[in-house]
Design a protein around this ligand. Sequence first.
Ligand SMILES: [Zn+2]
Length: 497
Amino acid sequence: MYNLLNSISLDAIIDIIISGLVFIFLLIMTLRTLLAPKAKTGEQTVHYDLDLSRAVKNLSKAIQIPTISPKFKGDNKEAFLAYEKFLEESYPLIHTTAKKTVINDHALIFHIKGSDDSLLPIAFLAHQDVVPSTEDSWDYPPFSGKIVNIDGEEFIYGRGTVDMKGQMISTLEAVEYCLKNNIKLKRDLYLCFGYDEELTGTLGALSIVKHLQKNNVVFEFIIDEGGLVLDGKMLGIKGNVALIGNSEKGYIDYALSATCDGGHSSAPMHPTSIETLSKAITKLSKKPLPLRWTKSTEELFNALIPHMNFLARFVCVNRNIFSPILKAVLAKVNPAVEAVMRTTIAPTMIKGSDALNTISKTATVNINCRLLEGDTDQSVKEHIKKAVGKHIKVEMEKTSSYDPPSPFSSIDTPSYQLIAKSIAQSFGNLIPAPFTFIAGSDAKFYYPVSKHIYRFTPFMVDIDDAEMIHGANERLKTKELIPAITFFIRVIENANK
Ligand SMILES: [Zn+2]
């Protein structure tokens, strides 16, 4: 025996031990993959006798009213008054049944009483405003609400089709349908429509929330715009994924400035303020904040893993082992996927001299930051300062607001389950999953009146099409309105059983 052991070299023994450990390690990872929960069978899809042409017509009319976000109180008043009138004419049952309250000029609350006061009310939010259209590359004018047939598929074009008049019209169509068909409400139902979400939300949503607080209104749950329905292919999933935002990223702008002596450009002194600032921007873009997973990313993995193919499951179940590679690979899938995993920083506006032949003493760039849970205004400022160096002044932009990352709404609640179930009943075979909403929404103001705030936009949109939101050719397949309206009816029915 001694001889045998002696004949095996130390290196060989180490090799055997390492191979054994690797084998055990792989075995554990495989077992974990095999033991991870499997997908449950889906919900039955529910169908209603909906009038699609009516919904399309109403959405087209809504788009034709250019409710561009007001820059100040009273701005673009005519459009918002016209929009209010359009709602009144198009949704007569809501207007005769609900108590309508107009707040701060154009913010609207519709309150429909339920039969059981012991149950908390629910609320659907939407914003009436849209961003302006600065692009001239639209195939059809942005406020035309044009309905177009492309290769046998009907689309509706216009600013706000997805963000978010399409959702607002779906909500209204659903409520009008419920009233028409005598679907009984036990809970009170509120529709809350702000009108400056695309700027700050303070004229609309914030005023609404203050009003609700004054009247001691607390909601069982709230649904606002948020995640879309996406094809799960890129995540190794067969079928579609409905992303439900149970939190939202924070927001802040920083102004970065560089100074030099300035002067006439015929005798330039280098580096100029713009040259120094450009270097700083390049340095910053090379030093992004770290990729990391938050609580809702973990929940997103847990929701998707049961539906993944073996390879994707293997990697995601053992994600802590593959963490650096997996994060890097996911970040490359799409900028929106990357944005779920890190605080993003993006230069958006830059200013130097006002004259062609003058070197500006100061050059300034605005850095728009979207904060992931765990970051604060201070932590992001520190990161930027470190990245750009001491020659650059970093200050919060004067007109910017600071919204910290929102709290998380639990997914282990009857409210989340109800919303997830309603989605599955409207879209058929699909996987509802929580995530951190990467943009801003009016919902962030509503935490004083509800703990259960979920962000979901019930439309199936190609992720590569997502740039049309706020860009040119914002459009929606008209048939998308059917599951969207169905979703809101399902939520109402499920919440009032
Ligand atoms: Zn929006």
